[in-house]
Design a protein. Structure first.
Length: 238
């Protein structure tokens, strides 16, 4: 198999889930909404784990968005927006969600938002005893440490599902990074990097080569397919 491509969704293993850790109600949609939609459309069980569920209004928006993507929402109602803490209780809570998962997605540890850094740390601890694939997704506040190593090509149906999901976050409608123009520009730029029309970027943190961390309806491509020198992939210990 070409090491620059991954199997598609037809290779789904029974029992595997895809879990997106979302510090805030719109993070998973911004960073991985198209990919999550693609998994759901292909029959994978998809879960969004919302870490800051103390704001009930935003939880309702997150539930509506998850339904659009075909995902199930689970919520840590104790998490405070702007003050998410890394605690053993939260690690255990997330362990119960990611155990047995095929793929876990979370914000990159290098992020200027403190809640995003906390969510990354909680995720690292939660997967330490599990043999799961782990990839970081990009957020509007990702730092320079984020390096895209794999890309999820975006189909029109996935883009439409993500757009509908983003629109559910009505309280965040003034955020410039959630506009259709911003998302289209982001998709086009990462599509150019990966040789596609549009794509979402991810950094593989733990990549178990069989069956591959990011299967979608179109192949996942690495930066090696472009005239760009790829950064080495970081392999976590299992």
């Amino acid at each position: 198999m070409d090491p620059r491509t991954m199997p598609d969704t037809a290779s789904r293993q029974s029992g595997g889930t895809v879990v997106a850790v979302s510090p805030h109600a719109d993070d998973a949609e911004y960073g991985a909404g198209a990919l999550l939609s693609g998994y759901a459309q292909a029959g994978w069980p998809v879960v969004i784990a919302l870490m800051t569920g103390s704001s009930h209004g935003r939880v309702r928006e997150a539930a509506d968005a998850a339904q659009v993507l075909g995902a199930r929402l689970v919520v840590d109602e104790s998490g405070q927006d702007g003050a998410l803490e890394v605690t053993s209780a939260r690690v255990r809570w997330l362990e119960g969600i990611v155990g047995g998962a095929h793929l876990v997605l979370a914000p990159h540890p290098d992020d200027t938002h403190q809640d995003h850094r906390a969510a990354a740390a909680i995720t690292w601890s939660a997967v330490r005893r599990s043999a799961v694939n782990l990839a970081w997704y990009r957020t509007p506040s990702s730092g320079p440490g984020f390096t895209a190593t794999v890309f999820g090509p975006i189909t029109p149906s996935q883009a439409q599902a993500r757009a509908r999901a983003v629109a559910m976050h009505r309280s965040q409608s003034d955020r410039p990074y959630l506009t259709a123009e911003h998302l289209a520009a982001k998709d086009a730029w990462h599509g150019w990097l990966s040789g596609c029309e549009a794509a979402e970027p991810f950094e593989a943190a733990r990549h178990l080569l069989a069956p591959g961390p990011l299967p979608v309806s179109a192949p996942i491509v690495e930066m090696a397919q472009r005239d760009v020198t790829p950064m080495p992939m970081t392999l976590g210990k299992v």
